[in-house]
Design a protein around this ligand. Structure first.
Ligand code: NAP
Length: 284
């Protein structure tokens, strides 16, 4: 079994990006909006800001209280859409319950949509003409490519159908000529389906959900899950795959942490750069 090292691969892409940004002398600015006090979101935002600085991307951070009226958030997004200094906008999810996530994400200008969640950008992805790709699935494809794991003709099974991971990764694998099956909470006899996967992508949000009896020998396993467990008063992050249980029979596997997570952040940086290049008409 080989470990797919997301830290290593993300460092490779971040170094490339740092060189590109400095050699082109381009200013890239990402606006990050965090609504509320979700501790995990705060950590994500501060890590993103730190990594932006490391590669030469400037950030503008906006921290709004959790009771911010939705309209105020929409107005801030519209201001940033019109702000010439801002190339890319990120609204950290999840949003407080009184906000309509679809409405908020649809308000971000598609040309500044660093996460690729705007319906126009999802539509372009769906028809195979992506303008900007969502970060986690983009990072997964990069991991497979880096390790020269073939996708074409392979049987790929995706567990989870979220708009941010399950659906876009299914489309991207399909565009790379995999035969794709999507499983979800209503799928029956899921292990019969997952056992056929050459490539198994797991984005369920349930710790250790995938066990040995669910996978085929030599399968490639991409574990997207990030689950925080409290064990003896200590927090531990685990994935959706029972790593110890499956490690002897799979051919490749992403660890958690250190697999998909660092790639998601690296792709966010790349997307910000890509949007800046597009806005400044430095690429077609
Ligand atoms: P989500 O919106 O929470 O959706 C979970 C999906 O899993 C749903 O489609 C759900 O089916 C399906 N599901 C739930 N129980 C199931 C079961 N028993 N059998 C089969 N499918 C089941 O998912 P998400 O936002 O994609 O996140 C998934 C995990 O990935 C979370 O742990 C999240 O923290 C993590 N994540 C990690 C990264 C990263 O960079 N590493 C990025 C994003 C998310 P239904 O649709 O039928 O409800």
């Amino acid at each position: 079994m080989k470990i797919i090292d997301g830290k290593l691969v993300s460092s490779y892409y971040k170094e490339n990006l740092k060189t590109l940004i400095s050699s082109k002398g381009i200013n890239v600015t990402l606006a990050v909006i965090l609504v509320g006090n979700n501790p995990a979101s705060k950590i994500y935002v501060s890590n993103k800001t730190k990594e932006c600085r490391e590669v030469g991307i400037e950030t503008k951070d906006f921290y709004l209280p959790s009771d911010t009226p939705e309209n105020e958030l929409l107005n801030l997004i519209k201001e940033l859409n019109n702000d010439n200094e801002v190339d890319a906008i990120l609204v950290q999810l999840p949003l407080p319950k009184h906000m309509d996530e679809f409405k908020v994400l649809s308000t971000i200008s598609p040309s500044k949509d660093v996460d690729g969640f705007h319906p126009e950008n999802i539509g372009k992805l769906a028809v195979g003409k992506p303008f900007i790709e969502p970060c986690t699935p983009k990072g997964i494809i990069r991991l497979l490519d880096y390790y020269e794991i073939g996708i074409e003709g392979k049987r790929a099974v995706v567990i989870g159908r979220s708009n941010i991971v399950g659906k876009p990764i299914s489309l991207m694998l399909l565009h790379r000529n995999a035969t794709v099956t999507i499983c979800h909470s209503k799928t029956q006899n899921i292990e019969n389906i997952t056992k056929e996967a050459d490539i198994l992508i797991v984005a369920v949000g349930k710790p250790n959900f995938v066990k040995r009896n669910m996978i085929k020998e030599n399968a490639v396993i991409i574990d997207v899950g990030i689950n925080r467990l409290e064990i003896n008063n200590e927090y531990k992050v685990v994935g959706d795959v029972d790593f110890e249980d499956v490690k002897e029979i799979c051919s490749y596997i992403t660890p958690v942490p250190g697999g998909v997570g660092p790639m998601t952040r690296a792709m966010l940086l790349e997307n910000a750069y890509q949007l800046a290049m597009h806005r400044k008409k430095m690429c077609k």
